[in-house]
Design a protein. Structure first.
Length: 278
């Protein structure tokens, strides 16, 4: 039996519009042969998905929530083709039902979420049912979660952007308020990481290279390029890492300074952000 990778599953999904679990099963059944897998999907009733494979499911609904204990928060994005469908309350409620399931079952991946039972059928099968009912390409466009001593969620108006964020302390209403403000900060400022050490090395290398090229285009001498690029990198770190950003509700202090004023031990353990079209 062929070793089916997540990339192969995702590729077939993009080609056909079919669900992740259906694509994985078809690839396993076809021993990795993409053309045979497409035929299998069509034979198993994926006609709508195949027919609408060229349609862009760029609209949709993004929702986030946390569990009752405040230790787990998740974001679910369900995509469709038109704003008309995205704004329909039934579609919003359908997305919320998937989010509620995620909060209850705490899956650790989109694939795991897609395989969960929702009203007697898998989430993936429910998505296919919606596709047949609505007549548009419908898919699970994204799933993220955070686990922490305190995990909070923020939904921006319009159901197009949501964030989840975790902090290391769960005591008191003030901590909960600050955590919520931090989730709003992530929505507004779109940081790439919590702190400098959390930035992927490939991102740092790219920023240094961009900085050098910008300096070179400005006519700076070659022996100064590295120093100039590092200065630009430091500004990037300040602007793009959450703890080093200026706090949006008080431009005189950084997020790190604001957290320390609240509690000297308070810090952010992680965050996730999902936005339509991003």
């Amino acid at each position: 039996m062929a070793n089916i990778t997540a990339a192969e599953v995702n590729n077939l999904r993009k080609m056909t519009g079919a669900g992740m679990m259906d694509c994985k099963k078809a690839l396993i059944e076809s021993d990795g042969d993409v053309e045979k897998a497409i035929d299998i999907l069509r034979k198993k009733g994926q006609k709508i998905a195949a027919k609408r494979a060229d349609k862009s499911a760029s609209e949709g609904v993004v929702l986030a929530a946390s569990n009752k204990t405040g230790t787990f928060a998740a974001i679910v994005m369900v995509n469709c083709e038109t704003d008309f469908v995205a704004k329909n309350q039934d579609f919003v409620d359908f997305t919320k039902s998937i989010l509620d399931l995620a909060i209850a079952k705490t899956p650790k991946s989109a694939e795991e979420l897609a395989a969960l039972d929702l009203n007697g059928r898998t989430v993936e099968e429910n998505l296919s049912d919606q596709m047949g009912k609505i007549g548009e390409s419908i898919k699970l466009g994204g799933y993220e979660f955070i686990e922490a001593p305190l995990a909070t969620a923020y939904n921006h108006q319009g159901n197009r952007l949501s964030t989840v964020l975790g902090v290391n302390i769960a005591d008191g209403d003030k901590i909960a308020q600050v955590a919520h403000e931090m989730a709003m900060q992530v929505a507004a400022m779109n940081p790439v990481a919590v702190d400098k050490d959390d930035v992927d090395q490939s991102v740092i290398d790219k920023e240094i290279e961009i900085g050098k090229e910008q300096a070179r285009e400005e006519g700076k001498p070659e022996d100064m390029l590295e120093k100039i690029a590092m200065g630009k990198l430091n500004k990037f770190i300040k602007d793009s890492t959450l703890l080093n950003q200026v706090f949006v509700r008080d431009g005189k202090k950084t997020v790190r300074e604001y957290l320390k004023e609240t509690n000297s031990e308070l810090t952010i353990t992680g965050f996730k952000r999902l936005m339509l079209g991003a």
